[in-house]
Design a protein around this ligand. Structure first.
Ligand SMILES: [Zn+2]
Length: 318
């Protein structure tokens, strides 16, 4: 069965830049998951490719420079593979994501650390960034993160205001519970959690509590299932474990708010992925596993890609 797959979180530029000489046009090296031929074989229609340069890795100005290098990496990819990849910046671009067609690439900034001030958002939006998570695992000028309990700063609120004005979607994955709540309290717009699982099944602090998951759904957003084993559970992790997480979410918030956000090659390799996921080509096996559990086709289509498309259609500029 072929579904149009949307993967809401892939660290493509980070993976390619860290692994010098790696060719996105060739199958991924052993232990790694991302490549263009495998994305095509898997039926991907749209990928949210991250710009990832948090203070945890880069200090001050270096974060901005690192983000520039990542954006240049994406620009090289788009130029080199112009027949197979295209940038998605608008609703019109989104309509071009079709089964068997070229794969759309939309940029998600994971951690706003590269922005030296909120006004700099515009420059990144002009280059294609359409989703921003205010912080990664380390606090920055906008927001607290794991190791503290700070919420949003004044700059964080100013950045959120800029994001809404420029139609940039807030990503709540990685935020502290307090920052998560403060983003929701800021306005009543759509939010997403691009790569987070359910704490009810795996009590990791990177996962979300049921009330947080409900809050994303109440804003008509999506929660992307992340395929990193420590966020899925303990012991043997298989596609069944992934489907258990999806099933929990569907029971809690309905099939319209569950999606994929694999985080593949995001600092971990396939040994840390569920059995059955050897590369991005295997994402479609999640849909097959849902079908085996008796999920109706319309729900599977939504979870595998339709929900991300709906949210982006509501958010992206014309
Ligand atoms: Zn992440």
């Amino acid at each position: 069965m072929a579904w149009l797959i949307v993967d809401g979180h892939e660290d493509i530029a980070t993976a390619l830049l860290e692994d010098q000489g790696r060719d996105f046009g060739a199958p991924a090296p052993p232990g790694r998951a991302l490549s263009l031929p495998q994305a095509k074989a898997g039926g991907l229609g749209l990928i949210l490719g991250t710009v990832f340069a948090p203070q945890g890795y880069w200090k001050g100005e270096a974060a901005t420079a690192a983000a520039e290098r990542q954006m240049e990496c994406y620009e090289r990819l788009l130029a080199t593979h112009a027949n197979d990849l295209f940038r998605v910046e608008s609703r019109g671009d989104l309509a071009l994501c079709q089964p068997g067609g070229p794969i759309g690439l939309l940029h998600l900034m994971e951690g706003a650390d590269p922005l030296r001030n909120p006004r700099e958002l515009k420059r990144w939006v002009d280059r294609g960034v359409r989703v921003v998570g205010l912080a990664w695992n380390t606090p920055n000028r906008y927001c607290g993160a794991w190791d503290d309990d700070r919420g949003l700063s004044d700059d964080g609120r100013a950045l959120l205001a800029q994001m809404r004005q420029l139609r940039v979607l807030p990503d709540l994955s990685h935020l502290t519970p307090r920052a998560f709540a403060e983003v929701l309290a800021f306005d009543d717009g759509v939010v997403v959690a691009s790569h987070s699982n359910a704490q009810a099944l795996c009590p990791h602090r990177r996962n979300l509590a049921d009330d947080q998951l409900r809050a994303v759904a109440e804003r008509d957003g999506v929660v992307g299932i992340v395929l990193y084993n420590p966020f899925l559970g303990a012991g043997r992790i298989t596609l069944d474990t992934v489907v258990d997480h999806i099933e929990h979410l569907v029971r809690l918030i309905g099939p319209d708010h569950v999606a994929l956000g694999s985080d593949l090659d995001g600092g971990f390799g396939t040994p840390d992925c569920p059995e059955g996921i050897e590369s991005v080509a295997d994402l479609r096996r999640i849909g097959d596993a849902l079908a085996v559990r008796g999920y109706p086709l319309p729900s599977i289509e939504k979870i595998m890609g339709g929900n991300w498309l709906r949210v982006l259609r509501q958010t992206l500029p014309h």
